[in-house]
Design a protein around this ligand. Sequence first.
Ligand code: IMP
Ligand code: MG
Length: 177
Amino acid sequence: MNEPEVLLSEDRIAERVREIAREISADYADKDGVVLIGVLKGSFIFLADLSRALSIPRSIEFIAVSSYASGSRSTGAVRLIMDVRGNIENRHVLIVEDIVDTGHTLKYLLGILQSHRPASIRTCTLLHKADCVEVDVDIDYVGFQIGDEWVVGYGLDYAERDRTLPYIGVVAPDDRG
Ligand code: IMP
Ligand code: MG
């Protein structure tokens, strides 16, 4: 097993998270705050850093979905594991994702969350595999565009491995299995 090769260093991630937080804080300045909805598990570290870098009133909710059995190929079939607990009706909601690959998960989440009748829904993802998009969904805030490779760290895993690496690294194809 090799160490994942560094794609985005801890410093680069921290700087970009601060930039996105400034952008979101400005966009929501005239609202009565934002409800950040973290998508478990992958977004938990990004959500922790992003939420603390905002300068607007915010609250935190979580939603859990599962899209991949355990490996690294999307099936497109998304399953709801846990819905949001708090009442988000008439609130301004921001979905916080770790990564958008095919887009199936985000599209599914938008459908579920719309049914709670929020005042607005926007989407934020730390990473976007732009070449892998299968369904068209609007993403309002993107941290980094990346290529078609499997990344881990900063919340993202490969079969539960490497979630708590401080940086984002690429898993060599030989190490997937
Ligand atoms: P999508 O439905 O294909 O857009 O996949 C989204 C979900 O797949 C993400 O929320 C992740 O949980 C997972 N995922 C996709 N690509 C990666 C990756 O490179 N590393 C870790 N998780 C990934
Ligand atoms: Mg995710």
